[in-house]
Write a protein that binds this ligand. Sequence first.
Ligand code: Y12
Ligand code: CO
Length: 167
Amino acid sequence: MILTVLEFPDERLQQKSVPVTKFDATLGKLLDDMAETMYSKNGIGLAAAQVGKFIRALVIDLGPAENQEAKLWEIINPKFTKTEGKTVFEEGCLSVPGYTEEVSRKAKVTVEYQDRHGKQHTLEADGLLAVALQHETDHLDGVLFIDRLSPLKRRMARKKLIKAVTL
Ligand code: Y12
Ligand code: CO
């Protein structure tokens, strides 16, 4: 089932998500629906908060991005245990349609997470996967990529986006 994606300036996108404690069929169905929603919109990442479910779960598949391996990552309760370096990437977001901007992030990350069955994993990532993990985990803390811009760029982005929705 394709879910409705919340869009800026919806205030629910600022809500902090709670850890997942129940690894049941309801969680599995939500993850399936999130992946279907992401693919239907040619996205490469989606957090549960973007579909109005405020639990710490996200999906990523870089396949639609150029030269990237198609693999569906289902990441529950992510925790960064190590980060290093800096990278700048032009980001977009299904919740901020029609706007992209360069964002500075950590270049390499190690993340501990659980899968849909509650099994614990450790993932070391760099490149686009590292950027996607940080972008999506930000959603779980109520942070959008435009919140990571300089105050001036952020003000300009908010103005442009609010103008677009009021036209
Ligand atoms: C690197 C950067 C950002 C992410 C987070 C996941 N982002 C997306 O899945 C973006 C999807 C997307 C973006 C689009 O472009 C704009 O909105 C400007 C788009 O095109 C239109 O809406 C016209 C379609 C999908 C992970 C890694
Ligand atoms: Co996003």
